[in-house]
Design a protein around this ligand. Structure first.
Ligand SMILES: C[S@@+](CC[C@H](N)C(=O)[O-])C[C@H]1O[C@@H](n2cnc3c(N)ncnc32)[C@H](O)[C@@H]1O
Length: 390
């Protein structure tokens, strides 16, 4: 087989694996974008009409705290929406302790009873999903946490199992989140960095199939490999070093949950904090969930939306469906008004896929976003982009 043909075959097999995982699995069990940054850019208020991709729904609930008029949470993967619906159902039921056990600790000693109580709030198709998967929250299971299920959870489980074989590394990893200053954090990280990057992890993070489990599609891997000097391995190790040596980790709930399997009361998403529970509960009906693509949603629900939070999904569209990308932008612009805000992230350091008519219709704020990007607790994106419609 020629090299080119072999390359095509490998890419085709990887794309098929990606499609299979995305069509059958829950991918994201926690939102992987930092809403502390989004909040500063979006400036949501009671007039805001938001369009956002659901992912795991954590950030949808975070935005709700700011009291927007409506949030449209859209996802092509109905399992992601089922996850947000389960969170909404627990919030409607009104018991914060149970919400925190399920989504803070990732497991509940009486998960079947909690599920029986909230089922009434779920639509038929969500119930079908959770009837089979509610065991993810079983405290007595081997994994002991919902956050080690779904495809991103499976990858986190493999990595943390491997890392925790080294007792010193395990203890020091936990102490990273207890440090209350960057000096201590840097010292800890410098000690553990060589232990993290042993042969297995260095090999694993370069495997496209492993990255697929984390929801990273081939176009994003290609963007990193072509734009980043050390390729995917160098990219991840540099990003991790930045996160753990330049940004305080004691409220970095993104990494806390995957490294330990749970959040803590202090280190968790805002929607799990007791002080926000009542506010979220009162406004829970402002969230509308749509099993649809962004394009499909905007076609079926035309309107003047004030905010579009696109996450990083355009990296995929740009490579696989440039016509679909143009169509989505046409609809975004048609359904916006002057001053509407657009927020997106990318694996690339710079994005070069925006159609000309989009660049003309938007004003970007690179000085603001470049600075904010360095404070991102997730830390794995190449760039952050924020624009207003002219
Ligand atoms: C783009 S992914 C990325 C994950 C993200 N960075 C996060 O915060 O977790 C987020 C979600 O977008 C969904 N998605 C991807 N393309 C979409 C589209 N065109 N329309 C609607 N949902 C889409 C995926 O199913 C996934 O659940």
């Amino acid at each position: 087989m020629s090299k080119a043909l072999k390359g095509k075959f490998v890419h085709g097999a990887h794309d098929l694996f990606f499609k299979t995982v995305h069509h059958r699995w829950l991918i994201y069990n926690a939102s992987w974008e930092d809403p502390r940054i989004d909040r500063q850019l979006l400036e949501l208020n009671e007039n805001s009409k938001v369009v956002v991709l659901t992912s795991a729904g954590c950030n949808v609930l975070d935005y709700l705290i700011d009291g927007p008029a409506e949030i449209n949470a859209i996802d092509v993967n109905p399992r992601q929406n089922a996850l947000l619906n389960l969170k909404l159902a627990l919030i409607k039921r009104g018991n914060h302790d149970d919400l925190f056990a399920m989504f803070g600790q990732g497991a509940h000693s009486d998960f079947r009873q909690v599920y029986a109580d909230v089922k009434q709030y779920l639509a038929e198709e969500d119930r079908k999903f959770w009837d089979k998967k509610i065991v993810y929250f079983d405290l007595n299971s081997k994994k002991k946490s919902f956050y080690y299920y779904g495809s991103s959870g499976l990858l986190a489980w493999m990595i943390t199992r491997y890392l925790s074989r080294n007792h010193q590394l395990k203890t020091e990893l936990f102490s990273l989140f207890d440090a209350d200053n960057l000096h201590d954090q840097k010292e800890i990280y410098e000690r553990i960095e060589p232990l993290i990057w042993g042969r297995f992890i260095s090999w694993l993070v370069r495997q496209p199939y492993a990255l697929t489990l984390a929801g990273v599609p081939r176009p994003q891997i290609a963007l990193i490999n072509t734009q980043y000097p050390g390729g995917v391995g160098g990219y991840i190790s540099d990003k991790l070093r930045h996160v753990f040596t330049e940004i305080l980790a004691n409220d970095n709930y993104f990494w806390h949950v995957y490294l330990t399997g749970s959040y803590s009361k202090k280190c968790c998403p805002n929607y799990l904090k007791l002080e926000n529970f009542e506010t979220i509960q009162k406004q829970v009906d402002r969230v509308k969930i749509h099993n649809n693509s962004v394009t499909g949603f905007l076609r079926q629900n035309p309107g003047k939306y004030s905010h579009f939070v696109l996450l990083d999904h355009q990296d995929w569209l740009a490579q696989h469906d440039p016509a679909g990308l143009e169509e989505e932008w046409q609809l975004i612009l048609e359904n916006s008004q002057p001053g509407s805000k657009v927020l997106m992230r990318s694996a690339a350091m710079e994005i070069n896929f925006l159609p000309g008519f989009v660049k003309q219709a938007l004003q970007f704020f690179p000085e603001q976003t470049n600075l904010l990007h360095t404070t991102d607790r997730v830390g794995t994106y190449g760039s952050l982009h924020f624009a207003e419609v002219l």
